[in-house]
Write a protein that binds this ligand. Structure first.
Ligand SMILES: *Cc1c(COP(=O)(O)O)cnc(C)c1O
Length: 240
């Protein structure tokens, strides 16, 4: 499972899934990258294993590749740990050091990511060139109530918008952004935008994309740590 889905930030009812999975004898594994451990603590909600791409919020500066898995059960951890040693999936010392340095400011950064995302999403939801905003902080988002319950300290900083236009207009919009960069990662200090239909979800056909709520106008926004006024001004000028 994912706590928050990519790119439309749908909220998974983790306690319900883990309870059902336990009844069926399944191991509950959740990718908590978008929420970060500040936003959500899945083991307290019934997860057996929580994975994070530490490339993202945990390191926080877009300069590390890494991953972390946390286990509720020590015996399961031991099995995966010896497999990990044998296959060499170990962070190099410099990556580990950068990650630890980033962790020192995780709480501060996550608060700012959330506030910036909430402010920018709210601004965009009232803009005439935006057809839809997928951010659980908006009261009409289908996951709003669930997000308030499962992520009491913020919803990360990643959301999606549907630009009121086709492929051409959407690409032009992203090209005209000056504060935000066009790139596929997330969780760093810099705001990044990408078009899922042209990058991360390129292998899916139009019908598959429609089924998960992605159009050619969908843009994922991974909100960084800039000043909110600079972000709203930048999105406004690019949309205009
Ligand atoms: C980036 C990402 C991954 C992959 O992590 P890498 O560190 O890039 O290998 C997995 N899950 C989510 C939700 C991600 O955002």
């Amino acid at each position: 499972l994912e706590t928050l889905s990519n790119p439309t930030a749908q909220v998974t009812d983790l306690p319900a899934f883990f309870a059902a999975g336990r009844t069926a004898g399944l191991t509950g594994v959740v990718d908590n990258t978008f929420a970060s451990p500040i936003g959500c603590r899945p083991i307290s909600l019934g997860a057996d294993v929580v994975v994070h791409s530490s490339t993202k919020f945990l390191s926080g500066h877009g300069d590390v590749l890494g991953g972390i898995a946390s286990f509720a059960d020590a015996a399961l951890h031991r099995r995966v740990w010896s497999h990990s040693l044998e296959t060499g999936t170990i962070a190099d010392p410099f990556a580990a050091w950068l990650t630890l340095r980033g962790l020192a400011t995780l709480g501060l950064r996550m608060r700012r990511h959330h506030e910036n995302a909430d402010g920018l999403a709210t601004f965009l939801s009232g803009h005439p060139r935006i057809a839809k905003v997928h951010w659980p902080g908006l009261p009409d988002h289908p996951g709003h109530e669930l997000a308030r319950r499962l992520l009491p300290h913020g919803y990360g900083g990643v959301f999606a918008i549907d630009v009121d236009g086709g492929r051409k207009e959407t690409i032009e919009f992203t090209r005209r952004l000056r504060v935000a960069d066009r790139a596929v990662s997330l969780g760093g200090f810099k705001t990044l935008v990408q078009q899922p239909s042209a990058t991360s979800h390129r292998s899916m056909d139009a019908e598959g994309l429609r089924a998960i709520g992605i159009t050619e106008g969908t843009v994922r926004v991974a909100v960084g740590l800039e000043h909110l006024d600079d972000l709203t001004a930048d999105f406004a000028q690019a949309l205009d």
